[in-house]
Design a protein around this ligand. Structure first.
Ligand code: V47
Length: 372
């Protein structure tokens, strides 16, 4: 039985979705302009179940932010600080390694490592940091540095992006997170993050990472001053690069949190828009295997509902998230494994623990009990 679509303009899109035909820019616009969230979710769920069945993936990870010192002054950000700011911090290598081991259990499979664009820390310092982590935690996957950080480190070392990636990989980097993409539209970037590399360069660094054999994630920051065309343009540009490289593993739509940023006057996103972004991205990004509803950003409640609107991933236990909490996120800073399992099961999905590259993780009782 098929859903009776309230918005009849979506019927041709449903036909494409059922046939597995790629959606056009205009289809994307029609989806964003429609209020018929149930029909949009129904279609996104078809794609989600085609690609991931009834599984919802999660992982057990820890975030490490070695420094919040940043030469850029992005209006979207509440995390970055100038070096002279008394509240700014930069960890020593020993502190990074010690921080990584806090609350350490065999259960953690991933360190998610990102930070500011520090004016002095060198590529060698970052290589030492990765090497020290690998030495201490050899089984943990190091998902480290946004495309923006890679470009910055290459510039500081006065070498090319490819050589920078190669050196970081030799030191222990296993893949890259999806941050820093924001929204590719130059008109918007000039206002929200004018000190950052432009969208073309972000895609170029991602291309080189994928060509070097490294997988990465990708993101889109929405809910600030962009419009729906900017969003579809962003999604289509990611889809085009994915056609070329196949290197993106997961897409994560990130809702803008205005608190403590120069854009604090902007309203927060709504649950409706959060769910719609999950669903539209699932429908437009037909070549990216996973869509993550990042609970830290969208709250566990919305991330749970998103599992029936196109998302197949809820991220992980996280532990000590800083970027969103500096920008006013009121969610907890970590979720226990048992809580993630409950959220997923109540949404009628089957939880599957994964490593960063979506290989199922098997647990013995001994390691299982550590985090439940
Ligand atoms: O790059 C910064 C965004 C990103 C704000 O790859 C903000 O698995 C909202 O990329 N309001 C970092 N967003 C987070 C990120 C991420 C998160 C979870 C998983 C993965 C992954 C990647 O957060 C930044 C920027 O786009 N951001 N400030 C803010 N005030």
């Amino acid at each position: 039985m098929q859903l009776q679509m309230e918005d009849r303009r979506l019927v041709p899109i449903l036909e494409k979705v059922v046939a597995g035909t790629r959606l056009s820019f205009d289809d994307g616009m029609a989806l964003y302009r429609s209020g018929d969230i149930l029909s949009i979710g129904y279609m996104a769920n078809i794609v989600r179940e085609r690609l991931n069945g009834n599984t919802t993936w999660f992982n057990v990870n820890r975030h490490i932010n070695p420094t919040d010192v940043c030469v850029a002054s992005c209006r979207l950000c509440a995390f970055g600080k100038k070096k002279r700011d008394p509240k700014a911090y930069t960890m020593s290598l020993d502190q990074v390694w010690e921080n990584a081991g806090k609350g350490w259990s065999e259960a953690i499979t991933e360190f998610h490592i990102v930070g500011g664009l520090h004016p002095e820390l060198s590529l060698d310092w970052y290589c030492q940091m990765l090497g020290g982590l690998k030495e201490r935690f050899p089984q943990v996957h190091l998902k480290a540095f946004t495309m923006v950080e890679i470009s910055w480190l290459a510039g500081r070392a006065k070498i090319g992006v490819r050589e920078t990636l190669d050196r970081l990989r030799e030191a222990g980097m296993d893949s890259l997170p999806g941050g820093g993409a924001e929204i590719f539209s130059e008109r918007i970037r000039r206002i929200i993050c004018d000190h950052k590399i432009d969208g073309g360069e972000w895609l170029n660094v991602a291309r080189q990472a994928h060509q070097a054999g490294l997988k990465s994630n990708c993101t889109m920051l929405y809910g600030h001053i962009e419009n729906e065309e900017d969003r579809i343009d962003h999604l289509v540009r990611l889809r085009e690069l994915q056609d070329e490289t196949g290197g993106f593993v997961t897409f994560i739509p990130l809702a803008f949190h205005p608190d403590n940023t120069p854009l604090h006057h902007l309203p927060k996103t709504t649950g409706f828009d959060d769910i719609k972004n999950i669903a539209v991205s699932r429908l437009m990004l037909d070549n990216i295997p996973h869509i993550k509803a990042y609970w830290v950003m969208m709250t566990p409640r919305i991330a749970q509902i998103a599992q029936r609107f196109g998302a197949d991933d809820i991220d992980g236990t996280v532990v000590e998230e800083k970027i969103y909490h500096d920008a006013g996120a009121t969610t907890t800073q970590s979720l226990r494994r048992g809580e993630l399992l409950r959220l997923i099961r109540e949404a009628g999905r089957e939880p599957m623990e994964r490593d960063t590259l979506y290989r199922p993780v098997q647990r013995t009782e001994a390691t299982f009990t550590v985090l439940v």
